[in-house]
Write a protein that binds this ligand. Structure first.
Ligand code: NDP
Length: 330
């Protein structure tokens, strides 16, 4: 089977040389295991952190073994009563064409509800991150003004639409191209801006129209977080989901320089990992399926074909080439 390995650790932005396409033999199926043919694999920003050799919330990738990450595929051989041929399953052995793993390490994808790819996006970890981050971590409530950065990305686009569906008084999004800004307005955001056009601080203030913001869902960190703190209302809440502006950084960034505002405004800044929100999975799956069915939430996908192009898809994701979820079709 073909797989992508980490050939060397990136310094700053990853390059082609950091990855290698390799062949390896599939192990014999043992009792309780399944063989899965991957249909889609996920490339995600958090993987950049795992390419560094530093201890973090998830272990660093090892050099010269297959990378791993989210994948959805079809069971093509089974030695488990729990999975049958043809089942669509989500699992964590991405970055390869075929995976052998314990049946218990897979979850069934309800492809009667949505296509398999959606289980890596809106109906998967991405969706749970948006749902739990907004509702449980930031404790969103009806009438709030919500700002989300990385808004045209996989998580961000869902955050804004969930907020609208649940009665936000105003939803503001930021993204890095005019096309993405236009897409956000189509998706129902009340206001959207291109953070490359002018300082975030100025554009956010204009977008909030003098009302401030109550919730900031942070995917970006740095100057976006600084701008949000400046615009936050008293008692505002920040869900700290990601800081993608810093993932390729080789030096610490100064922003946010105004963290002290959290005192006077009595803000809550709460970091979270989706892995710590799994208790909300069932509630999330039910509500998201309903929102998708009635059209109140829509999702975009950017699909790159071929395992050999997975490193490129990952690098392009960090550079913002995607609208919605970045996926590799195998
Ligand atoms: P996205 O689909 O949002 O893709 C990443 C996007 O980040 C790009 O499309 C790009 O869009 C934007 N970006 C890249 N560099 C910058 C920059 N310097 N400043 C501003 N935007 C930038 O990825 P995900 O939806 O998968 O992830 C979004 C965030 O959520 C990430 O920070 C990720 O780490 C985090 N996350 C956290 C989880 C958790 O458990 N806490 C779980 C899942 C995701 P643009 O063109 O707009 O620049």
């Amino acid at each position: 089977t073909r797989e992508i390995r980490l050939a060397s650790r990136p310094q700053g932005r990853p390059t082609d040389e950091n990855f290698r396409l390799a062949e390896s033999a599939l192990p014999e199926l043992r009792e309780g295991q399944v063989l899965v043919r991957n249909l889609y694999i996920s490339v995600d920003p958090y993987m950049r952190g795992r390419m560094n050799d530093v201890k973090s919330y998830s272990a660093p990738f090892a050099l010269d073994v297959a990378l791993d990450g989210g994948a959805v595929g079809e069971v093509i051989a089974s030695r488990s009563d729990a999975r049958k041929l043809g089942d669509a399953v989500v699992h964590s052995l991405g970055w390869r064409e075929y995976a052998v793993l314990e049946a218990g390490a897979t979850t069934l994808a309800r492809t009667d509800l949505a296509p398999a790819s959606a289980f890596l996006g809106a109906l998967g970890m991405t969706g749970l991150t948006a749902y739990a981050g907004l509702l449980k971590v930031a404790e969103f409530k009806r009438g709030d003004v919500v700002f989300v950065s990385g808004a045209a990305g996989a998580v961000g686009s869902l955050v804004g639409q969930i907020a609208k569906a649940m009665g936000a008084s105003r939803v503001i999004g930021s993204a890095g191209t005019p096309e993405k800004v236009a897409r956000l307005l189509e998706l129902g955001f009340d206001s959207a801006f291109n953070y490359r056009d002018a300082p975030v601080r100025e554009q956010l203030r204009a977008a909030a129209g003098g009302n401030g913001i109550d919730v900031y869902f942070d995917n970006v960190g740095g100057d976006h977080l600084e701008a949000a703190l400046a615009e936050m209302n008293v008692g505002g809440r920040v869900a700290m989901c990601g800081a993608i502006s810093q993932y390729n950084a080789t030096e610490a960034t100064p922003a946010p320089r105004n963290l002290m505002l959290a005192i006077g405004k009595q803000l809550t800044l709460r970091g979270f990992l989706v892995g710590g929100q799994r208790q909300h999975s069932a509630e999330f799956a039910e509500r998201m399926a309903a929102w998708l069915a009635d059209g109140s939430v829509r999702y975009d996908e950017t699909v790159v074909d071929g395992l050999e192009n997975a490193p490129r898809a990952f690098m392009d994701l960090l550079d913002g080439a995607n609208t919605g979820k970045m996926l590799v079709r195998i």
